[in-house]
Design a protein around this ligand. Structure first.
Ligand SMILES: [Zn+2]
Length: 223
């Protein structure tokens, strides 16, 4: 079976953080060979970068999550300094969350716009979190498509898969701690929808990941 990639997990968040060595080892044994650990504040991005520097197969993004903007946007200039590091392959996660509203709406919008500008300047992909804010998110992107509709019909070459672990575990692991190892359930489910063998699906996802994060860096966005 071809290797799988989790393109969005929070390895520096508990309960993953304290067992991270074993989690990474378990992933390797399960053929999940590449993990993209996501930064959510300046310090968390730094921590994620430190982890990425320890392991060949781990990469990181750097960003300030919409939930953290009110507290942490003051550190955006510091965060920018991390971008020259080799293991930083994306900006985010940024975006808008008007469901929880942990940060003010205006603060989130300003931060999102700054992250977009930064990603464009550095020609790096942007990792976007959006909740109850599809309209505003797309307004900012100046893109007419509806995200949810697009997700249903999106071509296989445009798909990446993620666990967002340790948050919400996918079926059939609901209620348990989510880890990057659960990427297999996402892969199985999507391979079925796309009527592909799991192996072909995995190969395609790997190609997409490499193209997206390592070759083709302008105007790329993930949700
Ligand atoms: Zn996330």
């Amino acid at each position: 079976m071809s290797n799988l990639i989790d393109s969005h997990c929070h390895l520096t968040y508990e309960p993953l953080k304290s067992g991270v060595k074993k989690i990474i080892q378990d992933c390797k044994e399960a053929n999940i060979d590449t993990l993209l650990s996501i930064g959510t504040t300046y310090l968390n991005s730094k921590e994620s970068l430190d982890l990425a520097n320890e392991y060949n197969n781990i990469y990181t993004s750097i960003g300030i999550h919409p939930h953290e903007v009110d507290e942490d946007f003051k550190n955006f200039e510091l965060l920018k300094n991390l971008v020259c590091e080799k293991k930083v392959i994306a900006i985010g996660e940024t975006g808008l969350d008007f469901f929880y509203n942990h940060s003010t709406k205006n603060g989130q919008i300003t931060s999102f716009e700054k992250h977009i500008e930064f990603a464009r300047n550095k020609k790096l992909p942007l990792i976007v979190h959006t909740r109850n804010a599809d309209h505003d998110t797309l307004e900012i992107f100046k893109n007419a498509a509806n995200v949810r509709e697009a997700a249903k019909i999106v071509p296989i070459e445009k798909i990446l898969i993620e666990t967002d672990s340790p948050y919400l575990a996918p079926e059939p692991m609901r209620g348990k701690v989510n880890t990057p190892k659960n990427i297999i359930y996402i892969a199985e489910c999507l391979a079925k929808i796309k009527e592909m063998s799991l192996n072909n699906f995995s190969i395609t996802i790997q190609k997409n990941f490499n193209k997206f994060f390592f070759n083709e860096n302008f105007n790329n966005f993930t949700f």
